[in-house]
Every structure is written in C-alpha cells, then in structure tokens.
Design a protein around this ligand. Structure first.
Ligand code: MN
Length: 432
C-alpha cells in the first residue's frame, strides 16, 4: 500500500505579511500530481489544514478545489484536525477515532485511523484517561488496536496531530504543550504499522522510540519562519508491504522562494561585491540583521531596492545597548520630554539622537503640547508639569512607571498599600 503523508498546510497563513495562498495552492496542485504519478492509495493530512479556526473564504476555496481534484482522481483523503482548526471533514471527533477508512491492496486490508488533536481537558473523561497528552493518546491508540483486532486487520495506520517526545520544533508552531499538558512518547503507538504525525513543521522520524512502528512528522510543505530556512520541505511517501513493514521516501515540495538571512552593517551589505550582488538574494525572502551602531536612515527602503523580497529587518548593533537600570535612573533625572525621547532614540538605535533628530523631536513635542493646551488638558504656559519624576525614581521598572505615568493620584502610596509590603508585585500588569 502506498500512502502520501503531509500536514500543517496552514492555508491562509502569511509569512511576515507576505500572502502565501498562491504558493499553497501551487503546492496542492503539485501534491495531486504526485499522488497520481506515485499511484498512491490514499493521502493522509495530519492536521492544521487551515491556519485559523475560521478560515478566510479564499483559503476555503483553495482547499475545496484541492479536495475536488483528489475526488476526481478517485484518491481518498483522510484529514484530521489540528490544535486550533475546526475540522474539514472526516476525523475530527473522539468518537471517530476507532472508525477507520479501510483500503485494500494485493496483500489484503489496511485500516487508516485519524486522531484529531486531543486536548486532555476536553477529552480525558470521554477516553477514560488522565490529564496528560501521553494518557489521552495512549487511550486513543488502545481504541485503534482494539478495533483493528476486532476486524482482524494487522496493518494499521494512524494520522495524529500531537507533540511527540524528542520532536524538534521550529519558530512557527503554536505550542500545543501549554494547554496540552506535556508531550507523549512515541511508544504509545506501539503495534501500529505507520503513524503519520502533524504539528511540528520540520520533517523528522521518531520511529526509534516505538520499536517496529514507523512514526514520522512529514513537516509543513512551506516554511513559515526564518528558523526553517535550512529545512528541505517535503511530503512523505510511505509504502507498507504485506507484512506491515514500512519504507518511507521524502518527496521535496516546490520552493516558492528560498529563505535567506544576512547580517552586517547596511553600507557593507549594499556595497559592490557585497552580498547585495548575489542574485539569489534578489529572488529570496530575506531577513536582514543590521549591526550598525547607529540605526541608519530608511534601511528597509534601501534594502528592498536591492533585495525586493526583504521581509524582516532586525537590529543587533555592535557594542552595548543602554541597560534598563541605567536608563531608568537617567530618565528619572530629567523632566524635559525632548531629552526623554532622546533617551528612547538612544535606547532603540544604540546612538544618541543627532541635532536634526532632536529638532524633529522638539517640533513634535511642542505640537503635542500645543494641542493639549488647546484641548484644555494643560493650563496655558504649563509644560508637562506634574510629571511623576519622583515617582519614577521610586518605580521598580519602566513598565511599572509607564503603567502609572500621568495619573494624578498618589499611586505609589496606593500601590504600596495594595502590595502590603510585597514590593515588586505591582505595576507590570496595568496599562498597555
Ligand atoms: Mn502546524
């Protein structure tokens, strides 16, 4: 029996604002062509088909078109739901776990089961399990083995959306362990022939922990973060022989654009002979980390002139940024809003505001003050008085101070009363 295993399509997801749906639709066209060319018996999709619980109509259209294509080619598709996606069809409920799709090849029958993402709190009672991911998945696997035994089927496959112990995440999964209560060992699937996993976005094999059972993450077909720039994205072709032994092959998926990351000072990056001359960067989705000690002007515009698909710009200035504690004490010593904004510029860019920048800051602040006066928020001739600079000196953190800045009540005394001497507890949760 030949099965195509894939997961984590996340239809409708964007990559740092870049719409991926066209590329996702192209992947689905490619998948159908592969399914036909490889003469597979079925396609397994182990969750996270859509990116959101309520998908956009465009994303629905793309999935609908793909499923019609598979139906027209008479290739069954088994889809399970992920941790945040309402199901498409088929296996999305606990009651469906032991309701297999049974397919046959020349060696006899194979039972395909779908395990939706099992949130322990939601399903533990129904499954008679404890409040852990390992316990609910083990219960689901027991249901599957019992059903297969009853049917007299020895070759069994399960598609599951789960975090299995030993799996390596990237930056683009939404953590299922937080609400999911831990991960589950691959050994819970012992006795099955093949476990088609979804959730982790990098393909990986966890079979070693499950004896003769082949346990694999197919990974997502596209990268959703720069942490995946070294992944070779693929779907898994799983071939199950008459004895239930599984052989897997990775089929690399189409790459819409490579993901690249470059680091350095802006002028160096853009210099002739620098990386900007590399043609692959012009075609790639690029993350740039600028190390200029002082943040250069209009960096994104300049980068995009060379590398039009630059998506992310981060700053990691050479040399040290001002420490938070130092910053706090410096802020406490000044009541001049221009200086305060200057500190902010210095904090974020790693260099002091120059004269031109200070002039801009002064203009903006005076305009704001004038507007406040016009609105009656400040008395004529009054600056931003009452600014709680004394309070600032006593605050435990900038967050705490910001949470109370501009309040005319005696918040420090109040906070002290509320905290009952606990000290640091206050502050950080208010505002924002
Ligand atoms: Mn996912």
């Amino acid at each position: 029996m030949r099965l195509l295993h894939t997961s984590d399509w996340h239809l409708g997801r964007t990559l740092y604002g870049e719409n991926l749906l066209t590329h996702q639709a192209a992947f689905l066209d490619w998948l159908l062509a592969q399914a036909i060319a490889q003469e597979v018996h079925a396609v397994l999709v182990a969750g996270d088909v859509y990116d959101r619980a309520v998908p956009t109509t465009d994303a629905v259209t793309v999935l609908d078109r793909a499923l019609r294509g598979f139906a027209a080619a008479r290739i069954p598709v088994l889809v399970t739901s992920g941790n945040h996606v309402a199901g498409v069809h088929l296996r999305t409920a606990v009651a469906d776990i032991a309701r297999p799709v049974v397919l046959a090849d020349e060696h006899g029958e194979v039972a395909l089961y779908g395990i939706p993402y099992l949130l322990p709190d939601a399903v533990m009672d129904e499954l008679g399990a404890e409040r852990s991911h390992a316990s609910v998945l083990a219960a689901a696997a027991r249901l599957i083995r019992a059903d297969a035994d009853e049917r007299g089927i020895t070759r069994t496959v399960a598609a599951a959306h789960a975090f299995i112990t030993g799996g390596v995440p990237s930056d683009s999964e939404r953590d299922v362990r937080v609400g999911g209560i831990g991960d589950a060992p691959a050994s819970v699937f012992a006795g099955l022939s093949y476990v088609a996993l979804g959730h982790l976005h990098g393909q990986q094999d966890l079979s070693a922990a499950a004896a003769v059972t082949t346990v694999r993450y197919s990974g997502s077909p596209l990268a959703f973060s720069f942490s995946e720039r070294y992944h070779t994205k693929s779907v898994t072709l799983a071939e199950i022989d008459g004895a239930g032994q599984v052989r897997t092959t990775k089929l690399s998926t189409p790459v819409p654009r490579a993901l690249r990351e470059v680091r350095g000072r802006l002028d160096d990056l853009l210099a002739d002979g620098g990386p900007a001359s590399a043609s692959d960067l012009a075609e790639a989705w690029v993350r740039v980390v600028l190390t200029d000690p002082v943040r250069p002007a209009a960096p994104m515009e300049r980068l995009r002139a060379k590398w039009p698909h630059t998506l992310v710009l981060d700053f990691a200035p050479d040399g040290e940024l001002t420490g938070a504690a130092t910053d706090l004490s410096r802020l406490a010593r000044t009541a001049d809003p221009v200086q305060i904004c200057g500190h902010f510029v210095e904090f974020t860019s790693g260099g002091a505001a120059d004269e031109d920048q200070q002039a801009v800051l002064r203009d903006v602040i005076e305009a704001v003050l004038a507007s406040d006066r016009a609105d009656g928020l400040l008395e004529a001739g009054q600056g931003p008085a009452g600014r709680p600079s004394d309070d600032l000196a006593d605050a435990n953190s900038i967050d705490e101070w910001l949470a109370h800045a501009g309040r005319d009540d005696d918040w420090l005394a109040e906070a002290a009363r509320e905290a009952g001497g606990i000290g640091e507890a206050g502050g950080n949760t208010a505002a924002a």
